[in-house]
Design a protein around this ligand. Structure first.
Ligand code: NI
Ligand code: MN
Length: 228
């Protein structure tokens, strides 16, 4: 699977030929000045929760690409009221088969108000399953939770997880390494770090923390594309 990092918790993954873009926050990210928002491809835009640092560029990208917005009911409805009709509402525990594979919405322990104060429903993580070798878990913003132990039951062939590691607003690196164990991941991409003062991390310390559990931690640069 081709993974491209756009900074903070924004990335895309190509699954069975479709480009899935997650949590777009680029325009207001000081570290992502090299990214051209109007050139980012997307067939689907998946949103873990309603916070500004996850939805800021949705309208701009969705209007150009006509991508389908996949999120909880409250967030999809909020965007539909702004004219972005192409949405698929889901909620925690639910699974749906799309043309690239399945999306299962799982528990995230966080909050989810939208930028204008509208109730953004419950935050979620996603298990994307495009078949063997094409499955991953994106945790969204979350604390470490025992619910992550259910993930290997939902998707036994999953070995890759995309986890927040910046601490303060989400899990830090120690809890995220445990989360990787809970969900059965041997390879982790770190997200939600360095963007703001509160979440600056020591990259080497993070790699050692995961390495001690024999889990590979990848920290791609902003704009970099890697194979997962
Ligand atoms: Ni958040
Ligand atoms: Mn966030």
């Amino acid at each position: 699977m081709q993974f491209t990092y756009y900074g903070h918790a924004c990335f895309s993954v190509v699954v069975n030929g479709k480009t899935l873009l997650f949590d777009p926050f680029i325009t207001y990210n000081e570290l992502a000045k090299s990214i051209h928002v109007d050139e980012i491809p997307a067939d689907y835009i998946l949103l873990s929760h309603g916070h500004e640092d996850h939805v800021a560029d949705v309208k701009r990208i969705a209007e150009r690409t006509k991508a389908k917005i996949v999120s909880n009911f409250e967030i999809v409805t909020w965007f539909q009221k702004q004219g972005l009709e192409n949405g698929h509402p889901m909620n925690t525990g639910g699974k749906w088969t799309f043309d690239f594979g399945t999306v299962k919405c799982v528990v995230a322990q966080h909050s989810s108000v939208l930028p204008d104060g509208t109730n953004g429903g419950n935050p979620m993580g996603f298990i994307i399953d495009g078949g063997e070798g094409k499955a991953f878990y994106y945790a969204g913003d979350t604390a470490l939770t025992m619910d992550m132990k259910l993930i290997p039951h939902f998707c036994p062939h999953l070995t890759t997880a995309l986890l927040p590691i910046g601490d303060n607003f989400t899990m830090g690196m120690d809890d995220a390494a445990l989360a990787a164990e809970f969900c059965g991941a041997r390879k982790v991409v770190g997200l939600h770090y360095d963007t703001f003062g509160y979440i600056k991390i020591d990259h080497n310390k993070a790699k050692v923390t995961f390495g001690e559990k024999e889990i590979e931690l990848l920290l791609p640069s902003i704009g970099e594309t890697i194979e997962l």
